[in-house]
Design a protein around this ligand. Structure first.
Ligand code: PMV
Length: 291
């Protein structure tokens, strides 16, 4: 019998506004980005995980995540240009790419609901009890409003924006599981801030094509994220740097603690150049159209 093979790809994401509050049923808006992950599967003896350079990856959690989808003996090669732990959806893109590669290798039909459920199993290995926004946006692409309800996730596609975002790297990974647990431990004292984040997302949705207005809302979102205890001195400094460099607005991206900040600006390359002048690594990401 011919050796079975399969491949699947998925994009990363940035949460424009609403992270953490989304875990508690508030809406959030996220954008799929033009960086992502590809998984290639080749039937082999034993389970082997490799990076894009061919080097073996030995990571118990990664192996557990792969085993949530892949049964039997395979060589699994993971190629990605998403930095890990930067709130850019590296685990979600891996989850979606893995499920797609497995369906490709086994010839299974995969509808959107099955893709979401299976990728969720992978995300739970990495993040405990995630809202599901990361892999929902990774799978669908585009700009999306996401809400978790008792009946399942509600995904509303929004018009693809014309703006790009500058991403400024704090230099340290964030730990989503720990940050989400920290927020849970500070409730109900911080619930008014979570409600304010939810309300802000509604306002942001009405101003998606108005960068100055949207930017001000992003900066306000950062202030609220600081108030719920998920920012850091470093992330606050990156936001200040972006605003000083002329951004309309900036905020931490994703779970916080470490990771990255995103900035909305007429000239995102200029924000990245200003960051580099301060020794901060950064790059520009563009929206990835929906499927
Ligand atoms: O994976 P990150 O760092 O983008 O964070 C995910 C967003 C959170 O709202 C903090 C958690 C979640 O499950 O929605």
């Amino acid at each position: 019998m011919a050796e079975r093979r399969g491949a699947g790809s998925a994009g990363g994401k940035l949460i424009l506004c609403g992270e953490h509050a989304v875990v508690y049923g508030h809406p959030a808006i996220a954008v799929a980005i033009d960086r992502g992950t590809t998984v290639r599967l080749r039937e082999a003896s034993g389970l082997t995980l490799r990076g894009g350079d061919g080097a073996a990856l030995r990571d118990a959690r990664l192996e557990e995540a792969v085993r949530a989808i892949v049964a039997g003996d395979w060589e699994v090669t993971i190629t990605s240009d998403l930095p890990i732990g930067r709130g850019m959806g590296s685990s979600a893109a891996l989850a979606v790419a893995l499920v797609r590669a497995w369906a490709d290798a086994t010839g299974e039909a995969l509808d959107a609901a099955a893709l979401h459920e299976r990728a969720f199993a992978v995300e739970r290995v990495f993040h405990g009890n995630p809202s599901g926004i990361d892999h929902a946006v990774s799978a669908r692409g585009g700009l999306v409003r996401y809400r978790r309800t008792p009946d399942g996730p509600v995904l509303t596609p929004l018009p693809l924006p014309s703006w790009s975002l500058a991403v400024l790297d704090s230099g340290a990974p964030g730990d989503t599981r720990a940050m989400v647990a920290g927020v849970a431990s500070r409730r109900p004292g911080i619930d008014a801030h979570l409600d304010a984040i939810g309300a802000l997302v509604g306002e942001a949705e009405a101003h998606l094509d108005d960068p100055p207005r949207l930017g001000a809302l992003l900066t306000e979102n950062h202030r609220l994220l600081t108030a719920i205890g998920v920012s850091s001195t470093r992330l606050d400094a990156l936001v200040a740097l972006a605003l000083d460099a002329g951004a309309h607005g900036a905020k931490l991206a994703g779970a916080g603690g470490g990771g990255a900040a995103l900035a909305l600006a007429d000239d995102p390359e200029g924000i990245v150049a200003a960051a580099r002048a301060h020794g901060v690594d950064g790059f520009v990401v563009r929206p990835r159209p929906g499927v």
